[in-house]
Design a protein around this ligand. Structure first.
Ligand SMILES: [Mg+2]
Length: 332
C-alpha cells in the first residue's frame, strides 16, 4: 500500500500554541540571573540574552515563541532603545510587549524615551521582585489575548482558502492568485503558465471502490503535484478531480515539463485499493501560457488551458496538450 488510509489531515489548519517564553536581556550577570529567578519561580519559562544582538537573534529566530521581553536600557554596543527600535520596525516582532529596566538615577528621562521607542512598561533598578512578576504576568496575558485574536483571524482566512481534503489552496484562492499573477506577468512581461489537471476515469474509482478510496486518490494526486513543484509554483484543487498549477516565470515548454514530472511521479505509485485491485492513476492536462509566443497576454488563460485539457481528454486521455498545438506529451 503506497498510501496509508489513516493519513492525518493537513497540519496547516491547526491553531498554533500561544507564545510562552519570557526573554530577559541584561548585560549584568547578577541582575539577569535575579530577574530570571523571579520569573521562573512564578512559573514562567525564561531564556536569557547578554546583549542586544543576541536578544534580536533569539526573537527573530522564533518570534511566535516570545511572550514578553524584559530589557535592560544600559548595555554596551547596542543599548535597550536600539533593541526596541529594531523590534518595532519589524512587523514580526513589533507586537511583543517590552518591559524596560531603567537606571534609578535618570529614571524619568529613560521612561519617556522608552515609551517613545515603543516600550509597554518600565521598572527602575533595583526593582522589587513581586512588582516585576506582576507586570510581566499582566503583559503575558495581554500578549496571549492578542495572539489568539490574530491567530484565529489567520486560521479563518487559511480555512476559507484551503481544500481540507488535500491541503491545497482552493478555487477561491486560485481566482485571487490568477488575477494577481496575470497583472504581474503583463506589467513585467514575465512568462506565466497555467496547467489544468483532470484525473482520468475518476468517477469509476468512486463507483467501484467507494468515496473513501476516491479521496485517497485525490490525496495521492495532490501529493504528487506538490512533491514535483518548485517553490515559485502554486497548486490548487479547483473542485472534484480537477486541479490547477500556476507557474510563475515559466513558459509553455517548462510548464509542460512540470506536468510530465507529475505524470512520472503518479506512475511510480500505483494505487492498491482495499479490494486488492491495483490501478495506475493517470490524468489529462492542458497548458496555456502568457509568454513571448503569446505576447504575454493573460486574457482567457483558464479558457485556453481548458480547451487544451478538453482536447487531451478527447484524444485518448493520459496526456498533456498545449493550447492550439499538436500532441506534445503522451504518458505511456
Ligand atoms: Mg546594563
Amino acid at each position: 500500500m503506497n498510501q496509508r488510509p489513516d493519513t492525518p489531515p493537513p497540519s496547516s489548519l491547526s491553531l498554533p500554541p500561544p507564545p510562552d517564553t519570557i526573554l530577559v536581556v541584561d548585560d549584568d550577570v547578577a541582575t539577569r540571573l535575579l530577574t530570571s529567578r523571579w520569573l521562573s519561580r512564578a512559573g514562567m519559562k525564561v531564556v536569557e540574552a547578554e546583549d542586544g544582538q543576541q536578544a534580536l537573534d533569539i526573537v527573530r529566530a522564533q518570534p511566535e515563541l516570545i511572550s514578553v521581553i524584559v530589557l535592560d536600557v544600559m548595555m554596551p554596543v547596542m543599548d535597550g532603545y536600539e533593541v526596541l527600535a529594531r523590534l518595532s520596525s519589524d512587523p514580526e516582532t513589533a507586537g511583543i510587549p517590552v518591559v524596560l529596566l531603567t537606571a534609578h538615577a535618570n529614571d524619568e528621562e529613560d521612561v519617556i524615551r522608552g515609551i517613545q521607542h515603543g516600550a509597554y512598561d518600565h521598572l527602575a533598578k533595583p526593582y522589587r521582585g513581586p512588582v516585576l512578576v506582576a507586570r510581566v504576568k499582566a503583559l503575558v496575558e495581554k500578549r496571549r489575548r492578542e495572539f489568539n485574536v490574530y491567530s484565529r483571524l489567520r486560521h479563518a482566512e487559511r480555512q476559507a482558502t484551503t481544500d481540507p481534503l488535500t491541503g491545497l489552496s482552493n478555487r477561491r484562492d486560485f481566482e485571487r492568485a490568477l488575477t494577481r499573477e496575470s497583472a504581474f506577468a503583463e506589467r513585467h512581461r514575465e512568462p506565466l503558465s497555467l496547467l489544468l489537471i483532470d484525473i482520468d476515469h475518476f468517477k469509476s474509482v468512486n463507483d467501484l471502490f467507494g468515496h473513501a478510496e476516491g479521496d485517497r486518490v485525490l490525496q495521492l494526486v495532490s501529493e504528487c503535484i506538490q512533491s514535483t513543484l518548485r517553490r515559485s509554483d502554486h497548486a490548487y484543487r479547483l473542485g472534484g478531480e480537477e486541479f490547477a498549477v500556476l507557474l510563475r516565470g515559466t513558459d509553455s515548454s517548462a510548464a509542460l515539463a512540470a506536468g510530465q514530472r507529475i505524470q512520472a511521479a503518479l506512475k511510480a505509485q500505483p494505487v492498491i485499493f482495499t479490494t486488492g485491485d491495483e490501478r495506475t492513476i493517470t490524468f489529462s492536462g492542458g497548458v496555456a501560457a502568457a509568454d513571448l509566443d503569446t505576447e504575454f497576454v493573460t486574457r482567457e488563460l483558464v479558457e485556453r488551458a481548458d480547451q487544451a485539457l478538453y482536447a487531451a481528454k478527447r484524444s485518448g486521455r493520459d496526456r498533456i496538450l498545449h493550447e492550439e498545438r499538436p500532441l506534445v506529451s503522451v504518458g505511456e
